[in-house]
Design a protein around this ligand. Sequence first.
Ligand SMILES: [Zn+2]
Ligand SMILES: [Zn+2]
Length: 417
Amino acid sequence: MQETLTAQENTVARCGDCNALLSLPPLKKGELAQCPRCHGVLRNKDRWSLKRCSIIAFSILLLIPFALNYPLLSVELLGTKIDASVWGGVWKMATEGYPYTAFLVFICAIFMPISFAVLVILLQFARLLNKKPRNLLLALGYIKPWVMFDVYLVALGVSAFKVRDYAAISIDIYAIAFILTAILTTLLFIKINPNELWNDFYPQHTHPSNISATHSPHFCPNCRYTFMQPMRDLKLRTRCPRCHSLLNKTPAMTLQQTWAALIAGIIMLFPANIFPISYTYMNNIGNGDTLFSGVITFIGMGSYFVAFIVFVASIFVPISKIIIMLYLLCCIHFNWRHSIKWQMRLLHIVHFVGRWSMLDLFVLALMMSLVTRGQIINFSVGPAAFYFGAAVFLTMIATSFFDSRLLWNIYDRQQAK
Ligand SMILES: [Zn+2]
Ligand SMILES: [Zn+2]
């Protein structure tokens, strides 16, 4: 029955944001289907073909060795030229006593962008070979939020400003490779849509006539598939028939996971703000800077714009993110009936800004390779850096666990009264 559907017919889709059940007409190229209730995007045909994306991914892979390995910035310190590269910064952090902090930077600035490009190319191969790339598609969905090359690009600018006062700074020719890679990665990030790729490889086949009055369709949040019959595995657990991920998560479990990640993030934020995040040594006298005093230093130097960027990225965003998440979780727990439009807007903001908090850590990695040990001026990462990175990671995980449909459940109950 399901296989006889043609592309011209409507399909049934649940909105992943608000759980509304909708009938979707087939879309033409360039069209976008929005949920009439929460305005979440259901389908998006405004995107590049996988072929074009894979060409971009291939160019990224060609450029990335130059972007990561070759110097981006160099400074003249006491007649010696010191270079800073992405890889050099991570390596220096790892070998000088901060392996965990280095690992966080490595994941976001090196590992994830490369894996992202490789996955896109592998998906194109799967298309050419007519394979069903279930695991590749799942991996793409997991990796995408952690690709942070654009954040690194801004970090490069901030570090240039920071070092400017100690030494003459010059931007190397290889920085062009880095900037190009950053632009291409950002383009690929915007133009590739894992949900649409799922629909390309595994078209959605739930027809409005298949829906019975007694059973409402299931929805898989991983691949955004709306279906009638879940699959059962050997242990009789319910799984999504398209991506095979487990569907046994109850709202209570989702809430618990969100709380656990969020509380861990809040705990990490205390040492992140109390301990020094960086040390600057001048003539062997160490001077520790906390996140906050770092901003004050910039203001003292008259670099108001950089002070503003650093303040927003490393103090304002992490703290307001946690306050918003606490507020949304309380809304669910205590059935607060506030404007759903406002709550959804807050959630979108939290999703969007999350990555930018890594900025400070990238700046530290670059600074570390620029201002080397053993000189008159010396720069080192402080113990707060790891806690800060962990706080950013944990709050990002908390927002990814958060299920906005729980907010809409409250709204639905309120409307039903
Ligand atoms: Zn919706
Ligand atoms: Zn699925």
